[in-house]
Ligand binder design. Structure first.
Ligand code: HEC
Length: 239
């Protein structure tokens, strides 16, 4: 119940009514609201962060060319940045069930749901993250992992969740041909191809010889890159 305190507080901050204190306010139960300008804040597992968790999902699945990117703006909705997401008027901070962004991703009718058929469906976890982010005030917040464990990385537990967040919107079995230049990173055998030709690491490290990935998004946090590199170095196993 204490989490409900976040909502009025978040609104006060969004409206700029907060006193001009620059430190981050602590809510009594220890939940931290992180100001947008400080991405070096340690990640709090109770907080959903726009920059780390929500933006990559929107970029990979919604802000695609021909859909809700800055050029196309289908239905006048642009999910390519925080500003444009808020301006789309599909997010009501604190009220996910009144927010079009959330309502449309949980539709059960295949004719109504977003992303539309032919695209990668959002996972339950991705829908939950968007729900919690809106509930917590739809802030432009971000954080940095204070520790990065790169030991014993497996495909299923470590690498696939990263690819799911940042890449499957375009490079899944479903979407590869329409959005991902035919490159499928979802099945192991196809993923192996991108490992073997070195394009996987080359694209996510933004090396000059490759197209920078994720397309239309910002570079992955260093910790995620290091985790994938560690899995590649250990032989890119199907584990
Ligand atoms: C919005 C769609 C989209 C997203 C998200 C995306 N890609 Fe791509 N990817 C493309 C397209 C389109 C191409 C073809 C090159 C181009 O047009 O930039 C491509 C090309 C590639 C290539 C080939 C690069 C080369 O130089 O030949 C690799 C590897 C790749 N992507 C990996 C990834 C990875 C890994 C992620 C996630 C971290 C990712 N992509 C996210 C659309 C996307």
């Amino acid at each position: 119940m204490k989490k409900l305190l976040l909502v009025p507080l978040a609104l006060i901050f969004m409206l700029g009514l907060a006193p001009s204190c620059k430190h981050n306010p602590y809510i009594p139960d220890g939940i931290l609201i992180v100001d947008s300008t400080d991405l070096t804040q340690p990640c709090d597992p109770n907080v959903v962060y726009f920059i780390n968790q929500v933006q990559p999902i929107l970029v990979s699945n919604c802000a695609k060319p021909g859909c809700h990117d800055a050029n196309t703006r289908a239905e006048d909705i642009d999910y390519s940045s925080y500003q444009s997401t808020i301006q789309s008027e599909t997010v009501e901070p604190g009220r996910p069930n009144n927010s079009k962004l959330y309502e449309i991703i949980i539709k059960t009718d295949p004719n109504d749901v977003m992303p539309p058929s032919g695209n990668t469906p959002l996972t339950a976890d991705q829908k939950d993250l968007i729900y919690m982010w809106i509930l917590q005030g739809a802030l432009n917040n971000g954080c940095t992992e204070t520790t990065c464990d790169t030991a014993n990385q497996t495909l299923s537990a470590n690498v696939q969740p990263i690819l799911s967040t940042y890449c499957y919107g375009c490079h899944s079995s479903t979407a590869a041909n329409t959005s991902g230049a035919g490159i499928n990173l979802e099945t192991y055998s196809n993923l192996q191809t991108s490992v073997a030709n070195d394009k996987l690491m080359c694209s996510i490290t933004h090396a000059a010889t490759c197209f920078a990935m994720p397309k239309g998004g910002t570079k992955l946090p260093q910790c995620q890159i290091d985790k994938i590199q560690s899995w590649v170095n250990a032989g890119a196993l199907n584990n």
